[in-house]
Design a protein around this ligand. Structure first.
Ligand code: R5P
Length: 283
């Protein structure tokens, strides 16, 4: 058994490899002159767990080629761990004739893999596309532990989409949780209001979400919470994409902590232990 990493998940793969005491496979990758990816396993393999996120887009082709190389190297029943499943937010046709990207990617992976683990898929609808092969690994216990360590007073989710997860985080942290009202105006703009009767005055708030993409949700929520007297705002999310960089958060929030499903400057929490414990039964 070997852990086979795509290019975007090397840090997490190496942590999982140490925890499980399963070596990393040796792989060659290079780009052809036109930018196309070349992948070759440098050794024969019989069993493998492939680790790779579908973000950015190049991660998708990396997973598919690495899977094919693994099959050609002798792997019979490859297992896939997707730390961050990008394209999962389009999990239905919200308007007629739209592509349902979560289904498209799920179908591609179901063809190649025996079992597919995903860390915090965006929605149960997205997860359903993976059928019996899919299994979700939830990062709320990891976030709850950090929220507790950081001395927060209250857990707040920006909308009801993360309400249940926020409650689960708050249980681990031993705190109360509430959620805000969010209205999405465009891809980059949201409107946030605090529900009536809720006070955040003088509270150290743990603002939790599944992902930070443009940051619109987190920044707008922080602005409203500060205007309503919050003492400090610590932000926690599973997947930190930060598509427009990280500098704009300074001054608006007091700290940001993400997991390492997408590796970046705020990856202060690791999902390696929870991933390893789900994968352990396959080694
Ligand atoms: C929405 O349903 C998600 O839970 C996140 O709140 C959202 O995707 C974050 O996106 P952004 O950072 O662009 O506001």
């Amino acid at each position: 058994m070997k852990i086979v990493s795509t290019s975007n998940s090397e840090g997490l793969s190496s942590k999982i490899s140490s925890i499980l005491d399963v070596p990393l496979a040796r792989i060659s990758r290079r780009r052809f002159a036109d930018g196309e990816l070349y992948v070759r396993l440098e050794e024969p393999l019989d069993e493998a767990i492939l680790v790779g996120s579908t973000y950015p887009d190049s991660g998708i082709i990396d997973i598919l080629l690495t899977a094919d190389a693994s099959l050609n190297a002798g792997v019979k029943k490859p297992i896939l761990l997707i730390p961050y499943f990008g394209y999962a937010r389009q999990d239905a046709m919200f308007q007629p004739y739209e592509a349902v990207s979560a289904r498209v990617l799920s179908n591609l992976f179901k063809e190649k893999f025996e079992k597919i683990f995903v860390i915090n898929m965006h929605s149960p609808e997205g997860m359903a596309f993976l059928g019996k092969k899919g299994e979700e690994i939830r990062a709320e216990p990891v976030i709850g532990k950090k929220v507790k360590e950081d001395g927060n007073d209250l857990v707040i989710s920006p909308d009801d989409g993360f309400k249940e997860e926020g409650e689960n985080i708050s249980k681990v942290a031993g705190l109360d949780s509430i959620y805000l009202n969010k209205k999405r105006v465009s891809d980059t703009k949201v409107e946030i209001t605090i529900p009536e009767g809720i006070s955040v005055r003088d509270k150290v708030v743990a603002l939790t979400d599944d992902m930070i993409s443009t940051g619109g949700t987190i920044l707008e929520s922080s602005k409203v919470l500060k205007q309503n007297g919050a003492k400090a705002i610590n932000v926690y999310c599973v997947h930190g994409l930060f598509v427009s960089g990280t500098s704009k958060y300074a001054g608006f929030v007091d700290s940001i902590s993400t997991t390492d499903t997408v590796e970046g400057p705020f990856s202060k929490m690791t999902v390696s232990e929870i991933a390893a414990s789900s994968l352990r039964k396959y080694i």
